[in-house]
Design a protein around this ligand. Structure first.
Ligand code: SF4
Length: 499
């Protein structure tokens, strides 16, 4: 998963503040990728200039005040799901003549087939390089519109892309199913595209404070559509014919875990979606314990695994009428463990990420609520800590149904062998045993769709119904496993280096 950003300045007054706007937006996309960040700016005069680095935005791009004032830019926060994770893979990529800067969020599954079919010579392992080379070649040959028709036809996977030409044309497009998000803010002064509304909704206030009025509108770029902003600011938009035949399949895991709680999808905040999932989960827990409805509560406390599960846990507690307590404390300086790129890094980070207020749980029956259970690392560690602190009983509730299948669309669990619900043969008692808890409760798939108010979601990791099935998956998985061996070797070396 990654965050993408594209900015086109229409009112020259804002050119002096474009980089500041970009950094504000990028920090609001930090949760989508912490491995690296990059920015490519187009000054009023002269060629592209880029900054790229590993780590968080404030570290990777600390030299941003020295960038020239741009009339347009593209930028990226990276979460490595393919490639080896080095600086060479940090986006935006600048390729071609004339030059084109591009950044993307998602995973192209069939890059090897595309390289062979179109004889693409790539220097990195990044799927963006394949996409960009394809785009450059086909755009020259067929023009922008036909190029994107062909891209949507040939590329398997998920992609939300922003691109910028050296002439000053900004564009963005999404895959035919709209698996990954992309939004646009348009006003008389500026056009901004970004992965989430959390990176855009400060712009109205920004324009008011800059005495530029309140003219902006914010909306989703529809699945399979492209938006193009000409150098003079004129906007064109279209859904490709290939995409129009497809059904929307937005990634449900964006709502479960990935997106910022204040970001909006389908007109509601992600917080509201998570609260609805928690309420439905509470209803389903009650139905699994029919005898408990009118008797003593089955748990003493509902405890969220911070931060993402908080809204769901509050709803579970309200539905079960069990007190809610925040007995797990998150270290705000630790990375999001799920999006670290190797198991070794995840486990090491997890040890410092969460701590328990131990004396509070002694003798208590605790229901831990997590947004999801993927590999089971967090649940296993928390259950152990709770038991060691003297909890009488530990149960676990997941606001996401069991994740049994790999994701090939940009969330970093392509390999079903790593998933606890897949390893354990699918039975809840076996999963509970593996995690070290007394009971495990999962939101049902039907319950998830009911809570989110739509069935037009990708839920392939839950039910195996992939929007774009194909033989490419097996090859992708083999290549990804090979890359992981190299990446884990590098991480092993890094852990021996005092930092
Ligand atoms: S497989 Fe799961 S995580 Fe991957 S895109 Fe689909 S819903 Fe999202």
């Amino acid at each position: 998963m990654c965050g993408v950003l594209g900015i086109k300045i229409k009112n020259p007054v804002l050119e002096t503040r474009a980089n500041e706007i970009a950094m504000s937006a990028l920090l609001r996309l930090q949760h989508r990728g912490q491995d690296a960040a990059g920015i490519t700016v187009l000054p009023r005069e002269g060629a592209f200039q880029s900054l790229r680095g590993l780590g968080h935005v404030d570290v990777a791009l600390k030299e941003w005040p020295h960038l020239p004032e741009p009339r347009a830019l593209v930028a990226h926060t990276r979460y490595a799901t393919t490639g080896l994770g080095g600086v060479a893979e940090v986006q935006p990529f600048v390729q071609g003549a004339p030059r084109l800067a591009m950044a993307h969020n998602g995973n192209i599954v069939n890059t090897s087939e595309l390289k062979e079919r179109y004889l693409l010579q790539c220097e990195s392992e990044s799927d963006l390089e394949v996409l960009q080379q394809f785009f450059l070649r086909h755009e020259i040959e067929y023009g922008f519109e036909e190029c994107l028709e062909r891209l949507h036809r040939d590329f398997v996977g998920s992609y939300a892309v922003v691109g910028l030409t050296e002439e000053g044309e900004l564009f963005g497009f999404r895959d035919p199913y709209g698996i990954r998000p992309l939004f646009i803010y348009e006003s008389e002064n500026i056009v901004v595209m970004a992965s989430e509304t959390s990176a855009l909704n400060f712009l109205k206030d920004f324009e008011v404070e800059a005495d530029l009025g309140r003219s902006g509108t914010l909306r989703e770029i529809p699945p399979g559509s492209w938006v193009r902003v000409a150098p003079d600011g004129k906007i064109e938009e279209k859904r490709t014919a290939f995409s129009s035949a497809k059904t929307e399949r937005f990634c449900m895991f964006e709502l479960v875990y990935f997106s910022s709680p204040q970001s909006e999808f389908a007109g509601l905040s992600t917080y509201r979606h998570r609260f609805s999932m928690g309420r439905q989960l509470g209803i389903e827990i009650l139905s699994e314990m029919p005898n408990q409805k009118n008797e003593e509560a089955p748990f003493d406390y509902v405890v969220p695994v911070p931060e993402t599960s908080r809204a769901a846990a509050i709803a579970v507690a309200e539905t079960l009428r069990v007190p809610y307590r925040e007995y797990l404390v998150k270290n705000p300086y630790a990375s999001r463990t799920f999006i670290l790129s190797t198991q070794a890094r995840r486990l090491k980070a997890l040890e410092t990420k969460l701590s328990l207020i131990g004396p509070e749980v002694k003798g208590q029956r605790i229901l831990l609520v997590d947004d999801s259970v993927v590999r089971g690392n967090t649940s296993r560690l928390m259950a152990r800590r709770l038991r060691e602190a003297g909890a009488k009983e530990v149960s676990l509730a997941s606001a996401c149904p069991p994740i049994r299948h790999g994701c090939y669309y940009g969330i970093d669990f392509p390999d079903a062998d790593e998933l606890v619900a897949s390893q354990m043969g699918g039975s809840n008692p076996q999963i509970a045993k593996s995690l070290g808890v007394s009971n495990v409760f999962y939101l049902s798939i039907g319950g998830l769709k009911k809570a989110l108010g739509t069935g037009n979601l990708c839920s392939a990791c839950l039910d195996g119904d992939y929007p774009s099935a194909g033989p490419s998956f097996e090859r992708f998985l083999e290549e990804r496993r090979a890359q992981r061996v190299v990446a884990q070797g590098a991480a092993g070396a890094a852990t021996r280096t005092p930092t």
